[in-house]
Design a protein around this ligand. Structure first.
Ligand SMILES: Nc1ncnc2c1ncn2[C@@H]1O[C@H](COP(=O)(O)OP(=O)(O)O)[C@@H](O)[C@H]1O
Ligand SMILES: [Mg+2]
Length: 326
């Protein structure tokens, strides 16, 4: 059975793809069979981070242009890659039987994986949301800016309000050190506990390290390019943390079916950041619900920003033992 972990974030550029890549490789180094699934459709780039150029992607499999065995890439880094799609091809609705056939075919190649790590799009569209709801473990990346914090919180809120019952973890990214990371985690977890009554786990953190952009430019995973760097150590720690957790296993048919739906119903416009809503007819009611949620999310964001500022002021006051900052 495969443990499936989806990595997401409220907005792009927090280090999600590098998390999937380097934590995946770390898990591989620890004797696990690992597959990376690039489901950040439109902005798929795990291949680029490894200097690979896949000729065909999952989209071609869904379109019936090739078999799943034709797209899976064995890499030099001990992980396999299932490339997502960056194309813009229009796809009609597939009949049920066709989807059932596809699920059978796709699930075959992942049968032996211990871990499937999924890189998803940032922000929430209805198809991404419905995909995440079929995954037992979601890891949300958060960077130190207040907007990233509130976006991550909003992401957790939308998941929770839509009945997500799996494990939600957070990984602070681009942080100075573990103390800053813990503080960031605490802000989110205490808000989630208080306002959503949901427990958020700590997945570990990824420090800010200029070795990362260097490795990205070289198209070699940083954990391989700079194995003794601080950031490589962070990814190894995260992999160990994941291995120490109790595993949640998904209903694999449901998982693949939602993935296929996400490929078929991908919004035509690229989503670069924040929140977007797909325009597909069948998901109208989900969209209406989402829209309400987004309104609420906006209000929550303002509240949360105030809360964070208050918390920061209070801790500054305590530290300096002076009066309130006016
Ligand atoms: N921990 C980090 N330290 C330094 N730079 C980082 C870090 N994380 C991300 N970056 C920068 O952000 C870019 C985007 O990272 P990426 O993993 O592709 O983010 P995402 O998938 O969330 O959009 C990287 O190419 C790098 O330049
Ligand atoms: Mg990415």
């Amino acid at each position: 059975m495969s443990r499936v972990i989806a990595v997401t974030s409220g907005k792009g550029g927090v280090g999600k793809s590098n998390f999937v890549l380097n934590v995946g490789i770390a898990l591989g180094m620890m004797d696990n069979r690992v597959q990376l699934l690039d489901a950040d459709l439109g902005l798929a780039n795990l291949d680029v981070l490894m200097g690979l150029r896949p000729l065909r992607t999952l989209e071609d499999v869904v379109l019936g242009k090739c078999n799943i065995e034709d797209i899976i890439l064995k890499t030099d880094y001990g992980v396999e890659l299932l490339p997502g799609s960056s194309g813009v091809e229009d796809m009609a609705d597939l009949p049920r039987e066709k989807i059932a056939g596809l699920i059978k075919q796709i699930s075959k190649v992942s049968e032996d994986a211990d871990f499937i790590l999924v890189d998803t799009a940032s922000g929430i569209s209805s198809t991404v949301l419905s995909f995440l709801l079929a995954v037992p473990e979601v890891v949300v990346g958060v960077a130190p800016e207040p907007t990233s914090l509130t976006d991550a919180y909003a992401m957790i809120k939308v998941l929770t309000k839509n009945g997500f019952k799996g494990r939600v973890s957070v990984f602070p990214s681009m942080v100075k050190n573990s103390t800053k990371a813990r503080n960031l985690y605490r802000k989110i977890s205490s808000a989630a506990q208080r306002f959503l009554d949901v427990k958020v786990d700590y997945a570990g953190y990824v420090c800010m390290d200029d070795k990362l952009p260097q490795a990205v430019a070289d198209q070699v995973p940083v954990i391989v390019r700079f194995p003794t760097s601080e950031i490589a150590r962070c990814y190894m720690m995260i992999a160990s943390t994941l291995l120490g957790q109790e595993a949640g296993y998904p209903d694999m048919d449901r998982f693949w079916s939602r993935l296929i739906q996400m490929i078929i119903k991908r919004p035509k416009k690229k989503v670069h950041r924040g929140v977007s809503i797909g325009a597909e007819d069948r998901a109208k009611s989900l969209e209406a619900a989402l829209r309400d949620m987004l309104d609420e999310q906006r209000k929550t964001r303002i509240l949360l920003e105030r809360l964070v500022t208050r918390m920061e002021q209070t801790s500054e006051e305590l530290m300096s033992k002076k009066g309130p900052v006016v």
